[in-house]
Every structure is written in C-alpha cells, then in structure tokens.
Design a protein around this ligand. Structure first.
Ligand code: HEM
Length: 172
C-alpha cells in the first residue's frame, strides 16, 4: 500500500458537523414551476428597478425635469413591492429545503436582502409626500445605497446558485 493510499485515522479526518446533517445534500428547489425556481425568476424586477431608481435620480439632478423625480417614485415603489414578492419565494425556499436551510451562505443572502428591502421601503416612503423635494440629498443617497446593496445581494444570490448549486432542479 503506498503512502497516498494509507487510510487516515478518525482523529485525522476533518468532519464538518453541518455537512453531516441529514438532508444536507438535498438542495433542489421546492418553490418552482416545472423545475424553474420562482425566486430566480422574480428577482429580475427588484434588481432592475433598484438601478433604474438611481438612474432616474441622477437624471433629475442633472436636468431638473420633474418627469425623472416621478419616474424615481414609481421605481422605488415597484422595486420595493416586487422585492417583497421575491422575498416570499426566497424565504419559502430557505425554510422548506433542508440543504438550503443548513447553509450559512443562504442566511447571509437573506439578511442582506431584507436590509435592502428596508432601504427600498424607506426610500419609497420618503418620496410619497413631495417626490421632487425628496430627491436631493436623501433620496439619491438612499438610491445609491440600495444600488450597492442590490449588487451585493444579487452577486451573493448568484453564488448560491452557481457555486453551491442551491435551488437548482438537480441539486448538488
Ligand atoms: C428574505 C429574502 C430572501 C431569501 C430568503 C432568498 C433566498 C435565496 C435562495 C435560497 C437562493 C438560491 C436559489 C433558490 O433557491 O431559488 C437565492 C438566489 C438569488 N437571490 Fe435571493 N432571497 C431573498 C431575497 C432576494 C432579493 C430581495 C433579491 C434581489 C433583489 C434576491 C436576489 C437573488 C438572486 C439574484 C439570486 C440568484 C438567482 C439565479 O441566478 O438564478 N434575493 N435567494
């Protein structure tokens, strides 16, 4: 028997207790239509609207045209509401699928996403009583924070799917 083939003793073998949990390998989506995860389908709207919101604020700052302040109000409101819808499917997936629930990375994504939703909601509420006056400075600052956070949570969500294979139809 060569050195490489020598079996390691139990003491030498590193055991991750989380990876030993029952259902750890079970990561297939449960909130899906024909195997296509609803969460992955629904996140496109809040992601796009968060960037549109920042774009509309910058254009209002640049041109002074009230149209952009009104567009920003709608982007903030619809971004928040579609974000809440995406969060429902994401939370159901997190709680119902054992292999997703067991992974810390899934909870990290959820915490960043909920913080993003609170920023989007605050941004919308701030604009409801005077959408033009709301843009500078606090509206645009909240939009910049929201855009940074959506980039972070979106990138992290992508890692869950492409690196950890969470929520895919075949699992690991
Ligand atoms: C509490 C809320 C949320 C939870 C618990 C959650 C959980 C998850 C989980 C478990 C995945 C893996 C794929 C799946 O199982 O469907 C995922 C993917 C993803 N999430 Fe979330 N999520 C939440 C909110 C959000 C929000 C608000 C956004 C964006 C605005 C977002 C963006 C993404 C993206 C971009 C992916 C990758 C999708 C893909 O590339 O197919 N998530 N999320």
């Amino acid at each position: 028997m060569t050195e490489e083939q020598t079996p390691q003793s139990d003491e030498d073998r590193l055991i991750d207790p989380i990876a030993e949990a029952p259902g750890y390998q079970q990561t297939e989506t449960r909130i899906a239509v024909n195997g296509h995860p609803i969460h992955a389908m629904s996140v496109a709207f809040p992601v796009a609207l968060s960037f549109c919101l920042l774009g509309a604020d910058v254009l209002f700052w640049w041109t002074g045209d009230a149209f952009w302040a009104r567009a920003a109000l709608w982007a903030a409101g619809t971004g928040f509401l579609f974000g809440m819808l995406a969060a429902f499917s994401g939370t159901a997936e997190l709680l119902l699928v054992r292999g997703i629930r067991a992974r810390a990375a899934a909870w990290t994504h959820a915490i960043i996403a909920v913080t993003l939703l609170s920023v989007l909601g605050a941004n919308w509420g701030h604009r409801l009583y005077g959408y033009e006056a709301a843009v500078l400075p606090y509206g645009i600052l909240l939009s910049a924070l929201g855009a940074a956070m959506v980039a972070f949570t979106g990138w992290h969500g992508g890692k869950l799917v492409f690196d950890y294979h969470l929520g895919t139809s075949k699992g690991n």
